[in-house]
Design a protein around this ligand. Sequence first.
Ligand code: CA
Length: 328
Amino acid sequence: MLLMLYIDDKKGIIMKKTLISLFLLSTFSTQAAEEFKIIISSEANDYVIGGFTDETTYGNWIEISNVCSFDKETSEHYFNKSFVQKKSCVKTVERTVVTERTYKNGTKEIIKNETETKSTTSSETNTVFGTHKEASCKNILNNGYSVGNDTYELSNGLNVLCDQTTDGGGWTLIFNHDILTAGVFTSESEVLNVNENNPSLSTAKYSILNRIDTFKRNNKYEFRMKWKNYSATQIWKQTSNPTNSAISGYEAISIDSVSNYWGGLERGNATNSNSSLIDGSINHTNWYYAVGSFKNWNPGLVCNGNIPLSTDVAGSSCGVPNVNLWIR
Ligand SMILES: [Ca+2]
């Protein structure tokens, strides 16, 4: 016959492994039926009657991973253009938890040694800047990176002014001249490139005409020509480079002025000193629709300015104070 008893300590906690085995030694002898012994098992750490104390220590939380994602990538937005980005992170940390039990007889025992982990999520929004670049205002608009009319840094590092809203958008400013403010151009190289770091209709002399080949599409240049304070607009395509060639491949798209031999832009027929580098009086020594004037057009003195423009737009024998040229 074997009896196994579990004895409570003072705290009422059941003392596991505290085993008292009772052997009734008289099992096999009726004469010794009243004799028995109590044998107390005392295997290591199992023999405890007086109780114990547990002490748990917690290690420091240590970050083991922090994985973040974004709702919009900077590569999805245009270079240096700001946007609000939401950042979401899942951080996982871990620590060790050790519980040491000290019995009243002085015996110590590690009864728990575990690693705990936990993950926390967080999110925040920040104003950040895009990183993507394109080769032209047209590409910026077509590929969905436009933030409107603004300056943009192109993939070649050049900052340009883009008109993304007028006449279908996608226009890169390549020339602007306010002759009453800045005077005439003094050299061909100035007409081809001046103030390229200040692309603006407020820059009295601005030109990146030396770069127009980088904006050529399908072997054509698509131009838009405007004059401040005049509503007339010339939009057309041509296959020739007007900084160095006679006209070829002219294709009208939206033309408000046809007088004074209009037919696109050509390299000026006259020498630089008495006209402009480029004009729109095609195959003619006249230099109406002038781009890059080397002198004040005398008849202009009696109208608004000294850049020769067509009768259709400025009136007979009248010049204008500004011309600006765009490409896409
Ligand atoms: Ca001409």
